[in-house]
Design a protein. Structure first.
Length: 321
């Protein structure tokens, strides 16, 4: 067994730890994107949502941690070495895995993009989550844009993956990598993989490792209840979104951005995809005054009338020190 057949045979085992019932599209939660009012205005006026490169995000471990730890673990995993050496392809496997890493870094990492949300419980989080206001919503002066994922078309060909973030300590995350390598070694033996299958086996493991790296964080962030929408450049073989690649000049330099147009995209979204359809609610942060709330309402009435009735203000009695 080799090539695509081998890759497809390894996928169920390598992804066997994923509970599909907790992932989109089986689960279709409300997701809140906490941001500044300035960004809210930009999103409403421009009808586009900006995705960031994970290497520039607030958790400095992010993507880099999972990939580097995974590579180190593969090179020191005793069972994997023994299994591969039985058929004389350990060196080929490690070189193929390293090649996947180099290819991703040189061709795809720069244009991998993420936008972050917090799972929103409409009954419990009616005013938004205070920790999110403090961390991402302008210390209470921002806004939360609540998206209804039931209104997003589930398309297997999409370059986007929507999924919850898994949390763990550094030790727990390293243990997860070790467990996946145990599974890989067992599958290589069960499938009786030979030397010519080493590159495809490495590609399958690297794909699992890459998604782990992008959908896991340190347990210290667990209260955020984060979900992510991640754009994978290598899944966009037709280049449907490359025209939306851009940049932003911030206080600390120039950053790459994916400026996603919130409008139907052939082969990616449904025909009804758009801001008016997917926005469930907009919550103003708890530090807004009566005047600023009225001004925000006027902004929506002028720029996006369909959203004006979905505006509410947080009643949390929070005042920043």
């Amino acid at each position: 067994m080799h090539g695509t057949e081998l890759y497809n045979a390894l996928v169920p085992a390598l992804w066997g730890d994923v509970d599909e019932n907790k992932h989109f599209p089986v689960e279709q939660p409300l997701l809140a994107h906490y941001t500044s009012v300035a960004n809210l205005v930009n999103i409403v006026k421009g009808t586009e949502l900006w995705f960031s490169n994970p290497l520039n995000m607030n958790d400095y471990e992010e993507m880099r941690y999972g990939l580097s730890e995974g590579m180190r673990a593969a090179e020191s995993h005793a069972l994997l070495r023994v299994t591969c050496e039985e058929h004389g392809y350990y060196a080929e496997f490690i070189e193929s895995l390293s090649a996947c890493y180099r290819r991703f870094e040189s061709e795809h990492a720069f244009d991998t993009y993420v936008v972050c949300f917090s799972k929103h419980d409409e009954a419990k989080d009616v005013d938004g989550r205070l920790s999110m206001w403090r961390g991402y919503g302008g210390n209470g002066s921002g806004a939360a844009i609540v998206i209804d994922t039931k209104k997003i078309n589930a398309n297997e060909q999409s370059p986007f993956i929507i999924a919850p973030v898994d949390y763990g300590t550094a030790e727990e995350r390293r243990a997860w990598i070790g467990e996946r390598l145990d599974v890989l070694a067992a599958e290589l033996k069960r499938q009786q993989v030979r030397k010519d299958g080493a590159p495809m086996a490495a590609a399958a493991f690297f794909e699992r490792l890459k998604q782990f790296a992008l959908f896991s964080k340190h347990r210290g962030f667990e209260e955020e209840k984060e979900w992510r929408v991640v754009y994978f450049r290598d899944r966009d073989s037709a280049g449907r979104l490359t025209a939306m690649f851009g940049y932003h000049i911030g206080a600390d330099g120039v950053h790459p951005k994916l400026k996603l147009k919130l409008a139907p995209i052939d082969g990616v979204t449904g025909d009804d995809f758009g801001l008016d359809n997917i926005v469930h609610q907009i919550i103003l942060g708890p530090t807004h005054t009566g005047v600023s709330r009225l001004a925000a309402l006027r902004m929506l009435q002028l720029e996006r009338p369909a959203l004006a009735s979905r505006l509410r203000a947080s009643s949390t009695p929070f005042r920043p020190s």
